[in-house]
Write a protein of this length. Structure first.
Length: 222
């Protein structure tokens, strides 16, 4: 009986131990799986954070490069604005002078064409009218010629007025600039001369004052 009891106890203990080992194995397996899952999750989160950081760095770099490009594009425009305005003003002045010149030349041509035509028509007429019977008809034309020439000269003078005014204005501007320059140079020269005179006067006065002070400080010796 005792042997049976012992054998049963041994069997029961073995069964319990087997069950415990089986349970422990399952728990260890679950723990390993949980650890693996946790590690995988950590790796995924780390990878995702790295990717996000890389993307953010790329966007920041792109934005910074765009800003630099924009600033570099703006700086030459700001620097070139005065040069462009100066060129535009020079073009405008050149175009205005060209227009004035062209208009004056067209007017001159317009007024000179009838004179040339008249002269060309007068030559054969004059040759044909050299006979004595047409001498009386030539006299009024001969009398009217000075009036026509005077009119042509007056018209030419009227046409040449804009160019003359432009030249006159340019001369006036040049003279004014020269006068201003001369006056400024005179003022500067006068101020410099005054300063030099004051300095040259101050030095001997200062030395005299020092000598007088020294003499006054010295005691008389008997």
């Amino acid at each position: 009986m005792l042997r049976l009891m012992r054998s049963l106890r041994l069997k029961l203990t073995r069964l319990y131990l087997l069950r415990l080992t089986h349970l422990l194995m399952q728990i260890q397996k679950l723990m390993c799986l949980l650890k693996l899952r946790h590690l995988l999750m950590l790796r995924l989160t780390h990878w995702l954070t790295l990717k996000l950081r890389h993307l953010l760095m790329l966007t920041q770099m792109h934005w910074y490069l765009l800003k630099l490009k924009h600033s570099l594009m703006l700086k030459p425009r700001r620097l070139l604005r005065p040069i462009q305005t100066l060129r535009y003003l020079l073009k405008l002045t050149h175009l205005s002078t060209l227009k004035l010149k062209r208009l004056s030349m067209l007017r001159l041509k317009h007024w000179l064409m009838p004179i040339q035509r008249h002269l060309l028509t007068l030559r054969p007429r004059r040759l044909s009218m050299l006979r004595p019977k047409h001498w009386l008809t030539l006299k009024p034309t001969h009398l009217l010629r000075p009036i026509q020439t005077l009119r042509c000269l007056l018209k030419l003078r009227h046409l040449l007025r804009p160019i003359q005014t432009l030249r006159y204005l340019l001369k006036l501007r040049r003279l004014l600039m020269l006068k201003l320059k001369h006056s400024l140079m005179l003022r500067l020269r006068h101020s410099l001369m005054l300063k030099l005179m004051r300095l040259s006067m101050l030095k001997p006065m200062h030395s005299l004052m020092l000598k007088l002070r020294r003499l006054s400080m010295l005691k008389p010796t008997h």
